[in-house]
Design a protein around this ligand. Structure first.
Ligand SMILES: [Zn+2]
Length: 122
């Protein structure tokens, strides 16, 4: 973490949120990954947009798998109705996410994915 001074409304949700989200948020990459631009948006996607593919029920996150070396964040979600599991793969290789993370971590930032940043599929 850097030593940025917290503002009066600095809650945990605020620092998990990238204030510079772009129109590419939630678009799909050519590989089918969902473009994420911070941590908060991944959880917002699960609670506000995603539904169980089997029954249409609401999902909740039960595990996060660190795949940063692949430029990915995987959320394992459980359906609140049928308890089926769904895995969502978010792209975090993009410039918006990595720029946000670098600003958050300051000199502790290490880019763990060395491939080119993914972009939205046309
Ligand atoms: Zn379900």
């Amino acid at each position: 973490m850097n030593e940025a001074q917290p503002g009066p409304d600095n809650t945990p949700a605020d620092w998990l949120h990238n204030p510079r989200r772009t129109p590419a948020l939630y678009r799909r990459t050519a590989e089918g990954h969902i473009i994420a631009e911070d941590i908060a948006c991944q959880h917002e996607y699960v609670t506000r947009r995603a539904r169980c593919p089997a029954c249409g029920g609401a999902l909740r996150v039960v595990a996060q798998i660190d795949r940063a070396a692949e430029g990915l964040s995987e959320l394992v979600c459980e359906c609140q109705r049928c308890l089926g599991l769904t895995r969502l793969h978010f792209d975090i290789s993009n410039a918006a996410y990595q720029g946000w993370l670098a600003g958050l971590q300051g000199e502790l930032y290490i880019r763990r994915y060395d491939g080119p940043p993914r972009t939205p599929a046309p």
